[in-house]
Design a protein around this ligand. Structure first.
Ligand code: GLY
Length: 348
């Protein structure tokens, strides 16, 4: 078991990787704690939940709406939760985003912690303190930065994930390998069968590595004023794909990472060897979907992206493994590259 601490200017968050999630009961206050979870997680793990009130939301992105926050807030009031209350989110990215957002605004902020149940949330969404809900179809428009007191990442919970959910999380793990820790890539390349069997020790080692990297970034730039933007590698095209096709986040990010890798190669930022290494790794984990969105739709979706400023936007390139760089580029250059990609002009 490992404990990784994320320290920011006004918070300390402890991420526990590799222990059993049931130990969460020791971290809860004696009274005024409630659980927020989704109905799938409650069906699988509900019998072992701590003996406190449980509020359920529907699984999936449709629960990331302000009206869900409003309804949960009314339920907290009814349960008598005041400023000394505590919310425990047990679930994947959606549950953690919703729990974190609610905890950061309910009575101007109450305590919260998570048991993170999906690979995607363990390696990315539940750590780092981003919370939020969508506005219409635009993701995370309403949100806050607020570190949870703790996050528990028990990798045995990953065994119950559907395959597509597991692979979706694998995409964020690959992202972390590319931008921050080449040993993740080595493990993913050399142990594919065992990782696909979801062997606990390997997963614990991979999840720890990903969280350690993310913690180092968040500790330096919690509010994404600069460095933290590197965590958005693959997300510019990825968000557009997610919006357009409705595929799971990780699949969309994988398509976006392929584009960002090809774009980096086109700019001569990376070698052919690194370009092939990344695209091969995505293929190895069945994450090499192609993008086929009409360019005008792509442009429309990209200019909705929060990272755009005026006609320019921040785009995360790589200049090698572990060498992400954020550059401001004109949106028209990005769309020009995308049009060439669609015409088959961009090849390795
Ligand atoms: N998922 C990107 C971040 O936490 O900044």
């Amino acid at each position: 078991m490992e404990k990784i601490i994320i320290t920011t200017s006004d918070s300390v968050s402890g991420i526990v990787v590799g222990g059993r999630w049931q130990a969460v009961v020791k971290l809860l206050p004696e009274k005024d704690a409630v659980i927020i979870t989704d109905s799938n997680i409650a069906d699988i793990y509900g019998d072992d939940f701590p003996d406190i009130p449980v509020l359920k939301i529907e699984p999936g992105e449709k629960s990331k709406q302000f009206k869900i926050i409003d309804s949960l807030a009314k339920k907290l009031l009814k349960a008598g939760i005041d400023r000394s209350g505590f919310i425990l989110g047990i679930g994947g990215g959606v549950v953690c985003d919703v729990t974190g957002f609610l905890a950061s605004v309910y009575m101007r902020g109450i305590r919260a912690g998570y048991v993170s149940t999906s690979l995607l949330s363990q390696v990315d969404a539940s750590t780092g303190g981003k919370t939020g809900v969508n506005a219409g179809s635009v993701k995370n428009v309403l949100g806050t930065f607020r570190q949870p007191e703790f996050v528990i990442c028990d990798t045995t919970m990953l065994r119950t994930l559907p395959d597509d959910e597991y692979l979706s999380g694998m995409s964020e793990l690959i992202k972390t390998g590319i931008i921050g820790d080449r040993s993740i890539i080595d493990l993913l390349e050399n142990n594919t069968a065992a990782i696909m069997r979801r062997e606990r020790e390997l997963l614990t080692s991979l999840v720890s590595k990903a969280i350690r990297y993310k913690a180092s970034v968040v500790a330096k730039d919690e509010k994404e004023a600069g460095l933290r933007r590197v965590l958005n590698f693959g997300h510019t095209f990825g968000h557009a794909v997610e919006l357009f096709s409705g595929v799971k986040h990780g699949y969309a990010v994988a398509a976006g990472m392929k584009m960002a890798t090809l774009y980096s190669y086109r700019k001569d930022y990376i070698s052919r060897k690194d370009c092939e290494r990344i695209t091969d790794l995505l293929k190895r984990y069945n994450l090499s979907g192609d993008i086929n969105i009409p360019p005008e739709k792509m442009e429309k979706m990209i200019v909705h992206d929060k990272k755009r400023t005026g006609t320019e936007m921040n785009f995360v390139f790589i200049k090698g493994i572990e060498k992400p760089v954020v550059e401001k580029i004109p949106v028209r250059e990005l769309i020009g590259f995308y049009k060439d990609y669609l015409k088959g002009i961009v090849v390795i």
